[in-house]
Design a binder for this molecule. Structure first.
Ligand SMILES: Cc1cc2nc3c(=O)[nH]c(=O)nc-3n(C[C@H](O)[C@H](O)[C@H](O)COP(=O)(O)OP(=O)(O)OC[C@H]3O[C@@H](n4cnc5c(N)ncnc54)[C@H](O)[C@@H]3O)c2cc1C
Length: 390
């Protein structure tokens, strides 16, 4: 076992850190207030090669390993969680989905424009009645000559109306339940595609989240990913990479809270000494630092396993669960350390706390992650010839 990052991974961290500090940080607070979508950050990420960074070079990617990708998301989220989720959706939920499930022709057609940043992608699974119970879809893909006609409403779509292309999950055979779902690549300019208004959110406020409405959208056969009936499997496998990304986002948010709190604790004085010299503040910082290091280790391990193509659902769920809950409790402490100033938008502490909350909800809530982990533990135990059994 080697806990050392490679030179390449360290270089990625330095490069993204610098980019985030110099270019993204100055605009993050204002964007949080206005909710304006950060097109310039998207452009910048595309120019610097972060779109498709873990995809093979033959499709326009940069061929980086998954840990480098996780480090990228972490360093972005340390400064601006909105920019991080845009990259997570583009790379994990959209591009990686097509890379792993598309035909050679579909990869050739769809991936290079994603890697060049000409196309922004999105992932449309959730519906009003199908959140955690993601197989309970009502969006229908009706068989017609030459393809399918899609009708339904997707909610909470990240990148929403800013995206150009969507992976949409729909029912092709309602009698087959989970095995009756299929995945399709849908373009924004196809007749019948429309959008709801952008949602006002607690956090990641500059990310665009809205409904995507499909009204008899004609989708040709060559835009179905995988076989008919593969949709649910594709949706869940795709979420694995996405969840590694959200774990990394949570680690970054928590690190951002530590950065803010430590610099404040070293400068603010009360009772004639720096507040960082009061034991109560030190204990909060110690808990935050221990949490971030544990969350980072779980996240890098999950990234490593996922990058090797191993079955890592439980390890990924553990990383997402722990990192997101650590980010939430740590960012609350971050606000506390800044006292009244933490409650104002003069410092990033309150934004980081608001941004942390979503990591416990999207791409599977903490309750869903616990369900998956528990299932794994019980299966493992049942499979072992443990002296405790029987
Ligand atoms: C900002 C944002 C961006 C999003 N982006 C996307 C996106 O790009 N694409 C997409 O498809 N979706 C997206 N989502 C949807 C997101 O993944 C869902 O909101 C999430 O999976 C939870 O579903 P729900 O909101 O319907 O909550 P529900 O499933 O209704 O859950 C409500 C509560 O009940 C709990 N619960 C549900 N079932 C169980 C159970 N069996 N046991 C115990 N507790 C349970 C939940 O944990 C939660 O606490 C996004 C959501 C948000 C808020």
């Amino acid at each position: 076992m080697d806990f050392q990052l490679t030179d390449e991974q360290e270089a990625i961290r330095q490069a993204v850190h610098q980019l985030a500090q110099e270019v993204i940080r100055p605009r993050a607070a204002q964007r949080d207030r206005s909710g304006e979508f950060p097109w310039d950050s998207v452009q910048l990420m595309a120019e610097q090669g972060y779109f498709g960074m873990h995809l093979p070079a033959e499709y326009g990617g940069a061929g980086f390993d998954y840990i480098s990708y996780a480090i990228t998301l972490e360093e972005l989220a340390r400064t601006d969680a909105t920019t991080a989720v845009i990259l997570d959706v583009q790379n994990s939920l959209h591009a990686e989905c097509i890379w792993k499930n598309g035909s050679p022709e579909q990869r050739e057609r769809f991936l290079p424009p994603l890697c060049r940043g000409e196309v922004l992608g999105a992932y449309c699974l959730t519906e009003p009645q199908a959140g955690s119970d993601a197989a309970n879809l009502l969006t229908v893909a009706k068989r017609v000559a030459g393809g399918y006609e899609l009708t339904g409403r997707k909610v909470f779509v990240t990148n929403g109306s800013m995206a150009h292309r969507y992976v949409v999950y729909a029912v092709t055979d309602k009698d087959k339940g989970k095995r009756g779902l299929s995945a399709f690549v849908v373009d924004k300019d196809m007749p019948g595609v429309s959008f709801g208004p952008l949602l006002e959110k607690l956090g990641i406020r500059a990310s665009a989240t809205c409904d995507v409405v499909l009204d008899q959208v004609m989708v040709p056969d060559d835009r179905r990913l995988g076989a008919e009936g593969d949709g649910y499997k594709i949706a869940l496998l795709t979420l694995q990479g996405g969840r590694v990304g959200i774990a990394a986002q949570a680690v970054g948010i928590l690190q951002g809270a530590i950065d803010t709190a430590t610099s404040y604790a070293l400068s603010r004085e009360q009772f004639g000494q720096k507040i960082g010299e009061h034991q109560a503040i030190q204990w909060m910082l110690a808990d935050m630092e221990t949490d971030v290091q544990a969350a980072r280790l779980l996240t890098y391990r999950a990234a490593w396993l996922h990058g090797r193509g191993e079955r890592a659902a439980a390890a990924i769920s553990m990383a997402k669960l722990f990192a997101s809950e650590a980010a939430m409790r740590g960012t609350v402490k971050g606000v506390q350390i800044l006292g009244g100033y933490g409650f104002t938008n003069e410092y990033p502490a309150e934004r980081l706390m608001r941004d942390a909350k979503i990591t416990e909800i999207y791409e599977g809530t903490s309750e869903v992650q616990r369900m998956l982990i528990a299932r794994h533990v019980l299966d493992l135990h049942a499979a072992q010839e443990s002296p405790l059994v029987g």
